[in-house]
Design a protein. Structure first.
Lengths: 349, 82
């Protein structure tokens, strides 16, 4: 199995720390930025969705790869911000991208860990020969479900959509995965209302949670619990896949971790004990883009080395669920198109 | 990485990560109300300090129960020299 290309799109609209400073004050904002590392994040406008961003990234990537649309057998859309409750957004993307009706298409509801889970699924379909070519579309628009008044999440999250092209190769090196989940931590990152357990109502729309900064329909994050989970789970996870690949830390060209916040990535780099340049830090212009953060970081911060390839990558996603997944794989040279800055698609009047 | 330090040394470390002025933190101080830096970011910074210095990940539930600076010191008492 081999990755042939990775592409990403972010919305044209953006919010900066100057906007945050007007809301939270200059001093508090400076402290926030030191912690999050986020100076600007791209955010969608109403009517612009994750699937729009993924569609743009996928179209550009398929063109750059010169892949016939007819040759795609599987489409996996990983997101927690789909277009509809139903149907699956993957089905609409099959049509919008002009993929054949023989293409298996489905959604996967995962966030921070979702990209690596998607790679795991796509690689198994392709290596089992149940698909020749798979398209993995991963993204989120968390800005739409986070309260701007909640300083734990408002100034942190940005929006992005990505596309990764995967196919069988002749002499590809194996990929080493480790995945897991622990639902006992479900409340640590959660949008409590809007599903079928607690449907939306007039009560859930009111900002009554977290000292009135958010409603039950918006994202709540317990930073201390998420941080404790990260420290306890992720260093061992990274070591496990690196060992499985038979690599030492020195063999790894880049650690591409979920861009949770600068603080968390820095803490993991410290725990890893590797040079800082090996640990990709890509938050400053995009924020935490949830499921998209790993492929977006590949596009914006490792394009040159991936185009030159091969690269030995250790990638790890961890968070909402709680859920985690890591992979050690060697890839490249691959196609990495320029980042798309995506204008909203306006519905015809 | 793991090193024993005195209570006074550790108090300075806490002041550093909470961005409090050096020498201002006293054990009797209430975390909520008397220590400005003790917000959600402060809690996480304190957890990182303990992880880095003592190799221990503190439980967020236990931290939630801490009311004073002394309570924080008690959580790491077994790592302190005095």
């Amino acid at each position: 199995v081999a990755i042939r290309g990775v592409g990403s799109a972010v919305p044209a609209g953006s919010v900066t720390i100057d906007d945050d400073a007007r809301r939270f004050g200059e001093t508090a904002t400076q402290r926030l930025v030191k912690n999050t590392g986020v100076v600007r994040r791209h955010v969608v406008v109403e009517g612009q969705t994750t699937s729009d961003l993924c569609e743009a990234a996928a179209s550009q990537l398929l063109d750059a790869l010169e892949w016939e649309r007819e040759s795609i057998d599987a489409l996996i859309f990983v997101s927690q911000t789909p277009d509809y409750l139903l149907p699956a957004t993957a089905c609409t993307l099959q049509d919008r991208l002009g993929l054949p009706t023989t293409c298996a298409s489905f959604d996967v509801n995962l966030g921070c860990s979702g990209y690596v889970y998607g790679l795991w699924m796509a690689s198994h379909f392709v290596s089992a020969k149940s698909a020749r070519r798979a398209l993995l579309l991963v993204g989120d628009t968390i800005s739409r479900i986070s309260s701007p008044d909640d300083r734990a999440v408002g100034p942190l999250f940005g929006d992005a959509g990505t596309a990764t092209a995967i196919e069988a190769g002749d002499d590809d090196s194996p990929w080493f995965f480790e995945l897991g989940s622990d639902g006992s931590g479900r409340d640590h990152l959660i949008v409590p209302a809007g599903g079928f357990r607690t449907p939306r109502s007039a009560a859930t729309a009111k900002k009554t949670e977290g000292n009135g900064v958010r409603s039950a329909e918006q994202l709540a994050m317990n930073g201390a619990e998420v941080f404790a989970f990260t420290l306890q789970r992720v260093p061992g996870l990274l070591k496990s896949v690196t060992d499985a690949a038979g690599w030492s830390r020195e063999d790894v060209d880049a650690y591409v971790l979920h861009q949770a916040s600068k603080f968390i990535v820095d803490q993991l780099a410290r725990r890893l004990g590797v040079e800082h340049e090996k640990v990709v830090l890509a938050l400053s212009d995009y924020g935490n883009t949830s499921s998209a953060s790993i492929p977006l970081a590949l596009t914006t911060h490792r394009a040159a080395s991936l185009r030159a390839g091969p690269c030995r990558l250790v990638m790890a996603g961890f968070g909402v669920g709680l859920s985690w997944a890591a992979v050690a794989l060697s890839t490249g040279p691959i196609v990495v198109p320029e980042l798309i800055i995506s204008e909203p698609i306006m519905a015809p009047a | 990485m793991i090193s024993l330090m005195t209570t006074a040394e550790f108090l300075h470390k806490i002041e550093d990560v909470l961005e409090e002025e050096l020498g201002t933190l006293k054990p009797a101080m209430l975390l909520d109300g008397q220590v400005d830096g003790w917000d959600s970011m402060g809690v996480v910074s304190f957890m990182a300090l303990v992880d880095e210095r003592f190799g221990e990940t503190l439980s967020p539930e236990k931290l939630d129960e801490a009311k004073t600076v002394q309570d924080l010191l008690d959580l790491v008492a077994h790592h302190l020299k005095d």
